[in-house]
Design a protein around this ligand. Structure first.
Ligand SMILES: NC(=O)c1ccc[n+]([C@@H]2O[C@H](COP(=O)([O-])OP(=O)(O)OC[C@H]3O[C@@H](n4cnc5c(N)ncnc54)[C@H](O)[C@@H]3O)[C@@H](O)[C@H]2O)c1
Length: 428
């Protein structure tokens, strides 16, 4: 099969990953974007993208083109069944015990199994542990389609590497790892991605290698951040400013430039658990990966306790104190609050009977209320605080008057080394 013969590509799951991918493919191919969330599909058809990942001009362009190229968005499965290439970009979260929750992936596979035809290719992009595609998804596709893997239908795995909120390193500018279930299909898949990825592709020797490459990219980042977080805990005891130490050490050519901070979100704080789960299932309990996770998961509690100690040192009492937290998204300049660890700071402070206000100009107040039970406040509602914690370095927070916060008696704690140092009492 050659590319020009494809009737249609279907992208399953139109979130941070799926939507930009569907748009890029739709510039060259006929694409159907499918999501089980009807409201998301309606919003996108109305050019409203809550993730802020898609280029709305591009979305308008592809939604209006409808001959050999262009995008159709749908929550109706019958719209998807004519596709020949299916690309799965559904979530891969963890459960409350931090174990992989494959349900979205398996449910998408069951759904695809019911419409799979002979000759179709299913490419998974969701982040998983090595082996997941062939060991967990393929049997479901076989069972529901009654077709034979690598005889009647084929698979591929191509991990996504986008960085939410980053408008420079966008989808087509990031080299893409590709793989396929047979050498011929692997080449076919590689050619398909090469046709839209300007930065080029890297064809991995197997799907397992491609899956592992994504898992270690995120685990590596997590472990590196955990090292500087541990340094922040140590230097706090020594009364040394971690940022000053890192600035000095960074002058060596091979010193890796990581900063301490909260590690949340759908990827870095989650994917290492996928790798660890598979490793443990095979009899090896990862030491470095899981200890890194433990250090990073405890940083919110450290920040809260540090601020509490500073309040006690200043005014002797924390009961009834008021604290403003700036930022709730898991990272800067992005509305994504999934797995945000700012919630750990909030919970710890509330356990001390402290009144906590949270402000985030990016996050959706409705989502934060329904997911976390927290009412975000508007900038206009700032009053007098015992402490202000900068938790997320949204660009808009540079405009705030930190000098005034301090004049009003607040301790200012900067978890990101983002605010002008003269207005800050302590930082991570
Ligand atoms: N967000 C990132 O920056 C990023 C980067 C690289 C990789 N990833 C990985 O990509 C995958 C998707 O992440 P995301 O951030 O785009 O998630 P997301 O939550 O933003 O989007 C997933 C979409 O899939 C839809 N969905 C869920 N189950 C479905 C089903 N059975 N059929 C159709 N649609 C379904 C949801 O309604 C949602 O719109 C995850 O595995 C994630 O780890 C994410």
């Amino acid at each position: 099969m050659i590319m020009s013969e494809y009737k249609e590509i279907a992208v399953i799951g139109l979130g941070y990953v799926g939507l930009p991918l569907a748009i890029e493919f739709a510039k060259k191919y006929k694409v159907i974007g499918y999501d089980i969330n009807q409201l998301r599909v309606e919003a996108l058809n109305d050019f409203r993208d809550g993730t802020h990942e898609a280029n709305i001009d591009d979305l308008q362009l592809v939604l209006h083109a409808r001959n050999d190229t262009g995008l159709k968005l749908s929550a109706d499965l019958s719209d998807v069944k004519n596709a020949e290439i299916y690309i799965v970009t559904v979530p891969t979260p963890i459960d409350h015990l931090k174990r992989p929750d494959l349900e979205p992936l398996l449910s998408a596979s069951r759904m695809l199994g019911k419409i799979l035809k002979s000759g179709d290719i299913v490419i998974y992009e969701s982040t998983v542990y090595p082996g997941c595609t062939e060991e967990d998804c393929v049997p479901v596709l076989e069972e529901y389609s009654r077709l034979k893997y690598n005889v009647d239908f084929f698979c591929g795995y191509s991990p996504e590497r986008i960085n939410p909120g980053d408008k420079i390193n966008t989808l087509t500018k990031i080299k893409k790892v590709t793989s396929g279930s047979t050498p011929e299909i692997a080449l076919e898949i590689d050619r398909l991605y090469s046709s839209i990825i300007v930065a080029g592709t890297h064809l991995a020797p197997s799907m397992k290698v491609a899956e592992a490459s994504k898992a270690i990219e995120n685990a590596q980042r997590d472990v590196n951040i955990s090292f500087v977080n541990e340094l922040a805990l140590i230097f706090d005891k020594m009364g040394i400013d971690t940022s000053d130490v890192l600035a000095a050490a960074s002058t060596k050519w091979n010193f890796l430039n990581y900063k301490p901070g909260l590690v949340g979100g759908h990827c870095i704080g989650v994917d290492p658990y996928y790798l660890a789960h598979k490793s443990e299932a095979l009899g090896y309990k990862p030491e470095v990966i899981l200890s890194g996770r433990r250090v990073n998961d405890n940083m919110g509690m450290f920040v809260a306790n540090k601020v509490i100690k500073m309040i006690v040192a200043k005014s002797g009492i924390v009961n009834g104190a008021r604290i403003l937290i700036l930022g709730f998204a898991f990272k800067e300049n992005c509305p994504d609050t999934r797995n945000t660890r700012v919630v750990d700071i909030v919970d710890e402070l509330k356990a001390f009977n402290i009144e906590v206000d949270v402000h985030d100009p990016w996050a959706s107040a409705e989502e934060v209320k329904s997911e976390y039970g927290i009412d975000l406040i508007a900038k206009e509602d700032f009053t007098k605080y015992n402490a202000v914690i900068l938790a997320v370095s949204h660009q808009k927070f540079l405009e705030l008057d930190y000098k005034q916060f301090r004049i009003d008696g607040a301790i200012v704690f900067d978890t990101k080394s983002f605010i002008d140092r003269e207005f800050v009492d302590a930082r991570l």
